[in-house]
Design a protein around this ligand. Structure first.
Ligand SMILES: Nc1ncnc2c1ncn2[C@@H]1O[C@H](COP(=O)(O)OP(=O)(O)OP(=O)(O)O)[C@@H](O)[C@H]1O
Ligand SMILES: [Mg+2]
Length: 303
């Protein structure tokens, strides 16, 4: 995918939408244009950072939580997954790095490709998938007994990179990328759990980035944070998307409009399975949704 093909969310395109409340919502949110890839070299590896989901179904025991999801996540974009509670957003996200199967009785069918590789193929090690597709959760979850430094180094050590002489550099780089370095550089050996909620969440982002993933999955990463910490996380995401592909689940429509390039709307059908109702460039979803259910959801009529 070239830069020119990347979806643009600009205030001017947003202004072309209908003057209904969804369009107003997006304009008020002031969505930004996505960042361009960092370099020509980065562009050449774009396909590595994309995901292709085909006919994905997943559930728990006899229950189907998500069904028939076919969806492409382009490299170096932010995709927002929105939808009512219980529509399968977290389940879908957890299928993208094989975390879903960690729940007893959980199952998944269909295919999920990272670049050209099927992450569910028999020869693929789920631990390696999770290194390439990192995850940040709703509640910041730093390892409570570990220092800030060790929290970031943990994934590197787990991947047996611990003996490399550049561990300090890798920890610093991850903390820089997560926009936390300046706040913690003088207290790296204090407990991670002693940081503020917003700092803990950035620490978890640093921990995820330290192992140099291609994709970063974020499940409501700012829902426990105050508005300022939330904006810092969003700003951070816009910087990270130069080098990473990000998928974020959010209940916050302004956040989806502000931060994402593309949006996918999930909703459960009568059988309670979540299905993809509509997906596309964020400005189109928020200003000219094709499906009435999308419009009702983003304008707050249900969910
Ligand atoms: N461990 C589990 N065992 C059985 N059913 C589960 C489990 N986790 C989730 N479910 C069910 O799967 C469906 C989808 O849940 P999921 O957590 O993916 O929804 P969600 O869209 O992320 O919701 P929310 O917005 O509330 O986080 C729900 O009906 C839920 O009850
Ligand atoms: Mg969820």
């Amino acid at each position: 995918m070239t830069t020119a093909e990347r979806p643009l969310v600009t205030t001017s395109t947003l202004g072309l939408g209908r003057s209904d409340s969804a369009a107003t919502l997006v304009r008020a949110a002031g969505a930004q244009a996505p960042a361009a890839p960092a370099s020509a070299e980065a562009t050449s590896t774009l396909s590595m950072h994309s995901m292709h989901v085909e006919r994905l179904a997943a559930g728990f025991g006899r229950f189907t939580a998500v069904d028939d999801i076919t969806h492409t996540i382009p490299a170096r974009t932010i995709t927002a997954i929105i939808g009512p509670s219980g529509s399968g957003k977290s389940t879908f996200l957890r299928c993208l790095n094989r975390m879903h199967e960690e729940v007893t009785g959980a199952w998944a069918k269909g295919s999920v490709r990272l670049g050209s590789e099927d992450i569910y193929a028999a020869r693929i090690d789920p631990v390696q998938v999770r290194r390439r597709v990192g995850m940040v959760f709703q509640k910041p979850n730093p390892f409570p007994t570990m220092s800030i430094y060790d929290n970031v180094a943990a994934g590197l050590r787990l991947n047996q990179w611990g003996r490399v002489p550049t561990l300090d550099e890798k920890v610093e780089r991850a903390l820089q990328q997560a926009a936390l370095w300046d706040e913690v550089k003088d207290k790296l050996f204090q407990p991670g759990a002693a940081l503020s909620g917003g700092q803990q969440q950035r620490l978890c982002i640093a921990r995820a980035l330290a192992v140099e993933p291609e994709i970063l999955l974020m499940d409501e990463p700012a829902s426990a944070l105050d508005p300022i910490a939330t904006l810092r996380i969003e700003e951070l995401m816009r910087n990270l998307v130069r080098n990473y592909t990000i998928v974020i689940v959010t209940h916050n429509m302004q956040q989806a409009a502000r931060v994402s390039d593309r949006t996918a709307f999930l909703m459960m059908d009568d059988d309670r399975a979540g299905r993809l109702v509509e997906q596309g460039p964020t400005d189109e979803i928020f200003t000219r949704p094709r499906d009435k259910r999308t419009e009702d959801y983003i304008t707050g009529r249900f969910g």
